[in-house]
Design a protein around this ligand. Sequence first.
Ligand SMILES: *Cc1c(COP(=O)(O)O)cnc(C)c1O
Length: 414
Amino acid sequence: MPSLHTSDKQVADILDHERKRQAHGMELIPSENYASQAVMEATGSIFTNKYSEGYPGKRYYGGQEYVDQVEQLAIDRAKKLFNVDHVNVQPYSGSPANTAVYFGLLEYGDTIMGLKLDHGGHITHGLPISFSGKSFECTGYEVDKETGMLNMDAIRELALKTKPKLIIAGYTAYPRKIDWKAFKEIADEVGAITMADIAHIAGLIAGEAHKSPVPYFDVITTTTHKTLRGPRGAMIMCKKKFAKSIDRAVFPGLQGGPHDNTTAAKAVAFGEALQPSFKEYAHQVVKNAHTLAERLLEHGFNLVSGGTDNHLILADLTNKDIPGKVAQEALDKAGITLNKNTVPFDPRSPFDPSGIRMGTPAITTRGMKEPEMKQVADFINDALNNHTDDDYLANIKNKVKDLCSNFPVPGIDN
Ligand SMILES: *Cc1c(COP(=O)(O)O)cnc(C)c1O
Protein backbone atom coordinates (compact mmCIF):
# COMPACT_ATOMS: atom_id res chain seq x y z
CA MET A 1 0.00 0.00 0.00
CA PRO A 2 2.52 2.61 -1.18
CA SER A 3 0.22 5.66 -0.97
CA LEU A 4 -1.03 4.85 2.51
CA HIS A 5 2.54 4.50 3.71
CA THR A 6 3.39 8.01 2.48
CA SER A 7 0.12 9.73 3.35
CA ASP A 8 -0.68 8.23 6.76
CA LYS A 9 2.12 6.44 8.48
CA GLN A 10 0.14 5.94 11.68
CA VAL A 11 -2.61 3.89 10.06
CA ALA A 12 -0.11 2.15 7.76
CA ASP A 13 1.96 1.04 10.75
CA ILE A 14 -1.08 -0.34 12.56
CA LEU A 15 -2.03 -2.24 9.41
CA ASP A 16 1.47 -3.66 9.13
CA HIS A 17 1.23 -5.02 12.64
CA GLU A 18 -2.18 -6.52 11.98
CA ARG A 19 -0.90 -8.11 8.75
CA LYS A 20 1.88 -9.81 10.72
CA ARG A 21 -0.56 -10.88 13.43
CA GLN A 22 -2.82 -12.48 10.83
CA ALA A 23 0.09 -14.12 9.01
CA HIS A 24 1.87 -15.54 12.06
CA GLY A 25 -1.03 -16.49 14.32
CA MET A 26 -3.40 -19.45 14.36
CA GLU A 27 -6.86 -18.01 13.67
CA LEU A 28 -9.52 -20.20 15.23
CA ILE A 29 -12.41 -17.76 15.62
CA PRO A 30 -15.10 -19.66 13.69
CA SER A 31 -16.74 -16.52 12.28
CA GLU A 32 -13.46 -15.34 10.72
CA ASN A 33 -11.76 -16.25 7.49
CA TYR A 34 -9.25 -14.89 4.96
CA ALA A 35 -10.80 -13.21 1.94
CA SER A 36 -8.86 -13.56 -1.30
CA GLN A 37 -6.71 -10.82 -2.78
CA ALA A 38 -9.35 -10.44 -5.52
CA VAL A 39 -12.13 -9.91 -2.96
CA MET A 40 -10.02 -7.30 -1.17
CA GLU A 41 -9.19 -5.51 -4.42
CA ALA A 42 -12.88 -5.19 -5.23
CA THR A 43 -13.61 -4.05 -1.65
CA GLY A 44 -10.94 -1.37 -1.94
CA SER A 45 -12.06 -0.33 -5.42
CA ILE A 46 -13.40 2.93 -6.87
CA PHE A 47 -16.97 1.71 -6.40
CA THR A 48 -16.57 3.17 -2.92
CA ASN A 49 -17.04 6.58 -4.61
CA LYS A 50 -20.51 5.83 -5.97
CA TYR A 51 -24.01 6.42 -4.65
CA SER A 52 -26.79 4.18 -5.95
CA GLU A 53 -29.94 4.20 -3.81
CA GLY A 54 -32.50 1.87 -5.34
CA TYR A 55 -32.08 -1.36 -7.29
CA PRO A 56 -30.61 -2.23 -10.72
CA GLY A 57 -32.64 -0.38 -13.36
CA LYS A 58 -34.51 1.64 -10.68
CA ARG A 59 -32.08 4.13 -9.13
CA TYR A 60 -32.43 7.58 -7.70
CA TYR A 61 -29.08 8.92 -8.97
CA GLY A 62 -27.40 9.06 -12.37
CA GLY A 63 -24.28 7.27 -13.57
CA GLN A 64 -25.49 3.78 -12.69
CA GLU A 65 -24.58 1.80 -15.81
CA TYR A 66 -21.68 -0.07 -14.21
CA VAL A 67 -23.08 -0.29 -10.69
CA ASP A 68 -26.20 -1.91 -12.16
CA GLN A 69 -24.02 -4.43 -13.95
CA VAL A 70 -22.04 -5.36 -10.87
CA GLU A 71 -25.09 -5.63 -8.58
CA GLN A 72 -26.95 -7.76 -11.16
CA LEU A 73 -23.89 -9.98 -11.48
CA ALA A 74 -23.75 -10.44 -7.70
CA ILE A 75 -27.47 -11.30 -7.67
CA ASP A 76 -27.23 -13.75 -10.57
CA ARG A 77 -24.23 -15.53 -9.08
CA ALA A 78 -25.87 -15.77 -5.64
CA LYS A 79 -29.03 -17.21 -7.24
CA LYS A 80 -26.97 -19.84 -9.02
CA LEU A 81 -24.88 -20.62 -5.93
CA PHE A 82 -27.84 -21.15 -3.60
CA ASN A 83 -30.54 -22.01 -6.14
CA VAL A 84 -33.00 -19.39 -4.85
CA ASP A 85 -35.82 -17.32 -6.42
CA HIS A 86 -34.79 -13.91 -5.17
CA VAL A 87 -31.70 -12.27 -3.66
CA ASN A 88 -31.06 -8.87 -2.13
CA VAL A 89 -27.32 -8.25 -1.90
CA GLN A 90 -27.50 -4.82 -0.27
CA PRO A 91 -27.60 -5.49 3.51
CA TYR A 92 -24.58 -3.92 5.18
CA SER A 93 -24.03 -6.85 7.51
CA GLY A 94 -25.75 -9.82 9.14
CA SER A 95 -27.52 -7.87 11.86
CA PRO A 96 -29.09 -5.32 9.47
CA ALA A 97 -30.12 -8.21 7.19
CA ASN A 98 -32.02 -9.88 10.03
CA THR A 99 -33.51 -6.56 11.08
CA ALA A 100 -34.74 -6.02 7.51
CA VAL A 101 -36.51 -9.38 7.50
CA TYR A 102 -38.34 -8.57 10.75
CA PHE A 103 -39.14 -5.05 9.54
CA GLY A 104 -40.44 -6.35 6.21
CA LEU A 105 -42.46 -9.34 7.33
CA LEU A 106 -43.62 -8.63 10.89
CA GLU A 107 -45.51 -6.06 12.93
CA TYR A 108 -44.00 -4.75 16.15
CA GLY A 109 -45.10 -6.95 19.01
CA ASP A 110 -45.38 -10.12 16.91
CA THR A 111 -43.91 -13.25 18.42
CA ILE A 112 -40.64 -14.64 17.08
CA MET A 113 -38.89 -17.82 18.15
CA GLY A 114 -35.13 -18.37 17.99
CA LEU A 115 -32.43 -20.24 19.89
CA LYS A 116 -31.42 -18.48 23.13
CA LEU A 117 -28.13 -16.62 22.96
CA ASP A 118 -26.47 -18.65 25.70
CA HIS A 119 -27.50 -21.83 23.87
CA GLY A 120 -25.86 -20.75 20.62
CA GLY A 121 -28.29 -18.24 19.08
CA HIS A 122 -27.43 -14.75 17.85
CA ILE A 123 -28.19 -11.44 19.57
CA THR A 124 -30.52 -10.50 16.70
CA HIS A 125 -32.66 -13.60 17.34
CA GLY A 126 -34.47 -12.06 20.29
CA LEU A 127 -31.98 -11.13 23.00
CA PRO A 128 -34.06 -8.94 25.35
CA ILE A 129 -31.69 -5.94 25.24
CA SER A 130 -31.33 -6.03 21.42
CA PHE A 131 -33.55 -4.34 18.83
CA SER A 132 -35.13 -7.75 18.16
CA GLY A 133 -35.94 -8.32 21.82
CA LYS A 134 -37.27 -4.82 22.40
CA SER A 135 -39.50 -4.82 19.31
CA PHE A 136 -40.95 -8.33 19.35
CA GLU A 137 -42.23 -10.94 21.76
CA CYS A 138 -39.39 -13.43 21.82
CA THR A 139 -39.67 -17.00 22.92
CA GLY A 140 -36.28 -18.65 23.00
CA TYR A 141 -35.83 -22.37 22.57
CA GLU A 142 -32.94 -24.26 24.13
CA VAL A 143 -30.71 -27.20 23.35
CA ASP A 144 -31.32 -30.42 25.23
CA LYS A 145 -29.57 -30.53 28.59
CA GLU A 146 -28.43 -34.13 28.17
CA THR A 147 -27.30 -34.15 24.55
CA GLY A 148 -26.43 -30.50 23.93
CA MET A 149 -28.40 -30.82 20.68
CA LEU A 150 -31.64 -29.38 19.40
CA ASN A 151 -34.64 -31.39 20.52
CA MET A 152 -37.26 -31.01 17.80
CA ASP A 153 -40.06 -32.35 20.03
CA ALA A 154 -39.37 -29.69 22.66
CA ILE A 155 -39.16 -27.01 19.96
CA ARG A 156 -42.48 -28.15 18.53
CA GLU A 157 -44.10 -28.01 21.95
CA LEU A 158 -42.86 -24.46 22.53
CA ALA A 159 -44.10 -23.42 19.08
CA LEU A 160 -47.55 -24.88 19.71
CA LYS A 161 -47.69 -23.04 23.03
CA THR A 162 -46.40 -19.63 21.90
CA LYS A 163 -47.65 -19.55 18.27
CA PRO A 164 -44.76 -17.55 16.80
CA LYS A 165 -45.22 -15.58 13.59
CA LEU A 166 -41.59 -16.30 12.65
CA ILE A 167 -39.36 -19.26 13.50
CA ILE A 168 -35.60 -18.79 13.19
CA ALA A 169 -33.09 -21.60 12.69
CA GLY A 170 -29.38 -21.06 12.13
CA TYR A 171 -26.90 -20.20 14.84
CA THR A 172 -23.67 -18.70 16.11
CA ALA A 173 -22.37 -21.40 18.41
CA TYR A 174 -24.11 -24.65 17.56
CA PRO A 175 -21.79 -27.42 16.34
CA ARG A 176 -24.35 -29.77 14.80
CA LYS A 177 -26.41 -30.16 11.64
CA ILE A 178 -29.82 -28.54 11.45
CA ASP A 179 -32.92 -30.48 10.42
CA TRP A 180 -34.48 -27.85 8.13
CA LYS A 181 -37.38 -30.09 7.15
CA ALA A 182 -38.39 -30.67 10.77
CA PHE A 183 -38.41 -26.91 11.39
CA LYS A 184 -40.57 -26.37 8.32
CA GLU A 185 -43.08 -28.97 9.50
CA ILE A 186 -43.37 -27.27 12.89
CA ALA A 187 -43.76 -23.86 11.23
CA ASP A 188 -46.53 -25.18 9.00
CA GLU A 189 -48.37 -26.56 12.01
CA VAL A 190 -48.49 -23.13 13.66
CA GLY A 191 -48.63 -21.01 10.48
CA ALA A 192 -45.22 -19.40 11.01
CA ILE A 193 -42.83 -17.95 8.47
CA THR A 194 -39.46 -19.74 8.42
CA MET A 195 -36.20 -17.83 8.49
CA ALA A 196 -32.83 -19.57 8.22
CA ASP A 197 -29.87 -17.50 9.36
CA ILE A 198 -26.95 -19.32 7.75
CA ALA A 199 -24.35 -16.64 8.59
CA HIS A 200 -21.94 -19.24 9.95
CA ILE A 201 -22.55 -22.14 7.58
CA ALA A 202 -23.25 -20.42 4.23
CA GLY A 203 -19.89 -21.59 2.86
CA LEU A 204 -20.57 -25.16 3.94
CA ILE A 205 -23.96 -25.06 2.19
CA ALA A 206 -22.60 -23.39 -0.96
CA GLY A 207 -19.83 -26.00 -1.03
CA GLU A 208 -22.37 -28.80 -0.55
CA ALA A 209 -20.83 -30.02 2.70
CA HIS A 210 -24.10 -29.29 4.52
CA LYS A 211 -27.74 -29.50 3.47
CA SER A 212 -29.44 -26.34 2.29
CA PRO A 213 -32.57 -24.84 3.86
CA VAL A 214 -33.59 -23.51 0.43
CA PRO A 215 -36.09 -26.29 -0.45
CA TYR A 216 -37.96 -25.67 2.81
CA PHE A 217 -37.46 -22.15 4.14
CA ASP A 218 -39.22 -18.90 3.19
CA VAL A 219 -36.37 -16.52 3.92
CA ILE A 220 -32.64 -17.06 4.31
CA THR A 221 -30.19 -14.49 5.59
CA THR A 222 -26.45 -14.81 5.59
CA THR A 223 -23.32 -12.84 6.15
CA THR A 224 -20.84 -13.03 3.28
CA HIS A 225 -17.63 -12.88 5.34
CA LYS A 226 -17.67 -16.04 7.47
CA THR A 227 -17.36 -19.51 5.87
CA LEU A 228 -18.51 -17.95 2.58
CA ARG A 229 -15.16 -16.09 2.55
CA GLY A 230 -16.31 -12.89 0.89
CA PRO A 231 -16.23 -9.25 1.98
CA ARG A 232 -17.86 -8.04 5.19
CA GLY A 233 -21.52 -7.87 4.35
CA ALA A 234 -24.70 -9.87 4.03
CA MET A 235 -27.59 -10.83 1.77
CA ILE A 236 -31.18 -11.96 2.02
CA MET A 237 -32.58 -14.76 -0.13
CA CYS A 238 -36.28 -15.53 -0.27
CA LYS A 239 -39.19 -17.10 -2.07
CA LYS A 240 -40.74 -14.93 -4.76
CA LYS A 241 -43.79 -14.04 -2.69
CA PHE A 242 -41.64 -12.25 -0.09
CA ALA A 243 -39.34 -10.49 -2.58
CA LYS A 244 -41.12 -7.14 -2.67
CA SER A 245 -41.47 -6.87 1.12
CA ILE A 246 -37.83 -7.76 1.64
CA ASP A 247 -36.52 -5.31 -0.97
CA ARG A 248 -38.66 -2.48 0.43
CA ALA A 249 -37.53 -3.26 3.95
CA VAL A 250 -33.85 -3.06 2.99
CA PHE A 251 -34.31 0.11 0.93
CA PRO A 252 -35.83 2.53 1.78
CA GLY A 253 -37.06 0.85 4.97
CA LEU A 254 -33.76 0.47 6.72
CA GLN A 255 -30.82 1.52 4.59
CA GLY A 256 -29.78 4.30 2.23
CA GLY A 257 -27.17 3.76 -0.45
CA PRO A 258 -25.73 0.28 -0.83
CA HIS A 259 -21.97 -0.14 -0.49
CA ASP A 260 -21.22 -0.74 -4.16
CA ASN A 261 -17.58 -1.63 -3.53
CA THR A 262 -18.78 -4.39 -1.20
CA THR A 263 -21.37 -5.47 -3.78
CA ALA A 264 -18.56 -5.86 -6.34
CA ALA A 265 -16.58 -7.92 -3.82
CA LYS A 266 -19.65 -10.08 -3.11
CA ALA A 267 -19.86 -10.81 -6.86
CA VAL A 268 -16.19 -11.84 -6.82
CA ALA A 269 -16.67 -14.05 -3.75
CA PHE A 270 -19.75 -15.77 -5.23
CA GLY A 271 -17.75 -16.37 -8.41
CA GLU A 272 -15.05 -18.03 -6.31
CA ALA A 273 -17.62 -20.10 -4.43
CA LEU A 274 -18.97 -21.41 -7.75
CA GLN A 275 -15.58 -22.97 -8.55
CA PRO A 276 -14.99 -26.69 -7.86
CA SER A 277 -12.14 -25.80 -5.47
CA PHE A 278 -14.66 -24.20 -3.12
CA LYS A 279 -16.40 -27.55 -2.65
CA GLU A 280 -13.08 -29.06 -1.64
CA TYR A 281 -12.49 -26.24 0.82
CA ALA A 282 -15.97 -26.61 2.37
CA HIS A 283 -15.58 -30.36 2.84
CA GLN A 284 -12.08 -29.88 4.24
CA VAL A 285 -13.39 -27.33 6.79
CA VAL A 286 -15.73 -30.02 8.12
CA LYS A 287 -13.09 -32.78 8.05
CA ASN A 288 -10.65 -30.51 9.86
CA ALA A 289 -13.14 -29.61 12.58
CA HIS A 290 -13.90 -33.30 13.05
CA THR A 291 -10.20 -34.17 13.41
CA LEU A 292 -9.57 -31.25 15.78
CA ALA A 293 -12.53 -32.35 17.91
CA GLU A 294 -11.41 -35.99 18.02
CA ARG A 295 -7.94 -35.01 19.20
CA LEU A 296 -9.34 -32.63 21.84
CA LEU A 297 -11.54 -35.47 23.10
CA GLU A 298 -8.43 -37.67 23.37
CA HIS A 299 -6.92 -34.91 25.53
CA GLY A 300 -9.93 -35.12 27.86
CA PHE A 301 -11.77 -32.02 26.67
CA ASN A 302 -15.50 -31.91 27.27
CA LEU A 303 -17.13 -30.84 24.00
CA VAL A 304 -20.70 -29.58 23.95
CA SER A 305 -22.83 -32.18 22.11
CA GLY A 306 -19.81 -34.50 22.17
CA GLY A 307 -18.23 -33.23 18.96
CA THR A 308 -19.06 -31.40 15.76
CA ASP A 309 -20.73 -31.82 12.36
CA ASN A 310 -19.75 -28.42 11.04
CA HIS A 311 -16.86 -25.94 11.26
CA LEU A 312 -17.00 -25.14 14.96
CA ILE A 313 -16.35 -26.68 18.34
CA LEU A 314 -17.57 -25.57 21.73
CA ALA A 315 -15.52 -26.81 24.69
CA ASP A 316 -16.75 -26.65 28.28
CA LEU A 317 -13.58 -26.20 30.35
CA THR A 318 -15.21 -26.81 33.73
CA ASN A 319 -13.48 -30.22 34.07
CA LYS A 320 -10.13 -28.56 33.28
CA ASP A 321 -10.77 -26.00 36.01
CA ILE A 322 -9.87 -23.10 33.69
CA PRO A 323 -12.42 -20.32 33.07
CA GLY A 324 -12.99 -19.52 29.37
CA LYS A 325 -11.55 -16.03 29.76
CA VAL A 326 -8.31 -17.31 31.29
CA ALA A 327 -8.05 -19.89 28.49
CA GLN A 328 -8.60 -17.25 25.80
CA GLU A 329 -5.88 -15.02 27.30
CA ALA A 330 -3.38 -17.86 27.69
CA LEU A 331 -3.99 -19.04 24.12
CA ASP A 332 -3.50 -15.48 22.87
CA LYS A 333 -0.04 -15.59 24.43
CA ALA A 334 0.54 -18.86 22.58
CA GLY A 335 -0.38 -17.30 19.22
CA ILE A 336 -3.77 -19.00 19.05
CA THR A 337 -6.81 -16.76 18.64
CA LEU A 338 -10.25 -17.95 19.69
CA ASN A 339 -13.03 -16.67 21.89
CA LYS A 340 -14.41 -17.39 25.32
CA ASN A 341 -18.02 -18.51 25.05
CA THR A 342 -20.93 -19.46 27.24
CA VAL A 343 -21.93 -23.10 27.12
CA PRO A 344 -25.59 -24.19 27.37
CA PHE A 345 -26.86 -23.94 30.97
CA ASP A 346 -23.67 -22.07 31.88
CA PRO A 347 -23.54 -21.32 35.62
CA ARG A 348 -21.01 -18.52 34.91
CA SER A 349 -21.62 -15.09 33.32
CA PRO A 350 -21.23 -14.15 29.61
CA PHE A 351 -18.20 -11.98 30.51
CA ASP A 352 -16.60 -14.85 32.38
CA PRO A 353 -18.09 -17.99 30.83
CA SER A 354 -17.17 -21.65 31.17
CA GLY A 355 -16.21 -22.37 27.61
CA ILE A 356 -14.25 -21.54 24.51
CA ARG A 357 -15.40 -21.64 20.89
CA MET A 358 -13.10 -22.47 18.01
CA GLY A 359 -13.39 -23.27 14.32
CA THR A 360 -11.52 -24.32 11.21
CA PRO A 361 -12.56 -22.00 8.32
CA ALA A 362 -9.53 -19.68 8.43
CA ILE A 363 -6.88 -22.34 8.91
CA THR A 364 -8.48 -24.46 6.18
CA THR A 365 -8.25 -21.48 3.82
CA ARG A 366 -4.51 -21.46 4.62
CA GLY A 367 -4.37 -25.05 3.34
CA MET A 368 -4.04 -26.89 6.65
CA LYS A 369 -5.38 -30.44 6.76
CA GLU A 370 -5.85 -33.29 9.25
CA PRO A 371 -2.20 -33.66 10.38
CA GLU A 372 -2.04 -29.97 11.27
CA MET A 373 -5.34 -30.21 13.16
CA LYS A 374 -3.76 -32.74 15.49
CA GLN A 375 -0.88 -30.34 16.09
CA VAL A 376 -3.31 -27.50 16.78
CA ALA A 377 -5.16 -29.61 19.35
CA ASP A 378 -1.85 -30.53 20.97
CA PHE A 379 -0.83 -26.84 21.14
CA ILE A 380 -4.14 -25.95 22.77
CA ASN A 381 -3.83 -28.77 25.28
CA ASP A 382 -0.20 -27.90 26.11
CA ALA A 383 -0.99 -24.21 26.46
CA LEU A 384 -3.91 -24.80 28.79
CA ASN A 385 -1.96 -27.30 30.89
CA ASN A 386 0.71 -24.59 31.34
CA HIS A 387 -1.49 -21.51 31.24
CA THR A 388 0.30 -19.69 34.06
CA ASP A 389 3.78 -20.17 32.53
CA ASP A 390 4.45 -17.24 30.17
CA ASP A 391 7.76 -18.69 28.93
CA TYR A 392 6.09 -21.94 28.03
CA LEU A 393 3.34 -20.06 26.17
CA ALA A 394 5.93 -17.95 24.30
CA ASN A 395 7.62 -21.17 23.24
CA ILE A 396 4.34 -22.50 21.84
CA LYS A 397 3.87 -19.19 20.06
CA ASN A 398 7.13 -19.78 18.18
CA LYS A 399 6.02 -23.26 17.17
CA VAL A 400 2.68 -21.88 16.02
CA LYS A 401 4.49 -19.29 13.93
CA ASP A 402 6.68 -21.96 12.34
CA LEU A 403 3.68 -24.07 11.43
CA CYS A 404 1.80 -21.06 10.06
CA SER A 405 4.78 -19.98 7.94
CA ASN A 406 4.33 -23.19 5.92
CA PHE A 407 0.76 -22.19 5.10
CA PRO A 408 0.78 -18.63 3.79
CA VAL A 409 -2.44 -16.64 4.03
CA PRO A 410 -3.96 -15.95 0.61
CA GLY A 411 -3.85 -12.22 0.06
CA ILE A 412 -1.04 -11.60 2.55
CA ASP A 413 2.54 -11.84 1.37
CA ASN A 414 5.08 -12.02 4.15
C1 LIG B 1 -22.38 -13.35 12.68
C2 LIG B 1 -23.84 -13.58 12.75
C3 LIG B 1 -24.76 -12.56 12.45
C4 LIG B 1 -24.41 -11.12 12.36
O1 LIG B 1 -23.51 -10.68 11.52
P1 LIG B 1 -22.83 -9.23 11.67
O2 LIG B 1 -22.30 -9.07 10.30
O3 LIG B 1 -21.79 -9.37 12.73
O4 LIG B 1 -23.88 -8.25 12.02
C5 LIG B 1 -26.10 -12.89 12.40
N1 LIG B 1 -26.52 -14.13 12.64
C6 LIG B 1 -25.68 -15.12 12.98
C7 LIG B 1 -26.22 -16.48 13.26
C8 LIG B 1 -24.32 -14.88 13.06
O5 LIG B 1 -23.50 -15.86 13.43
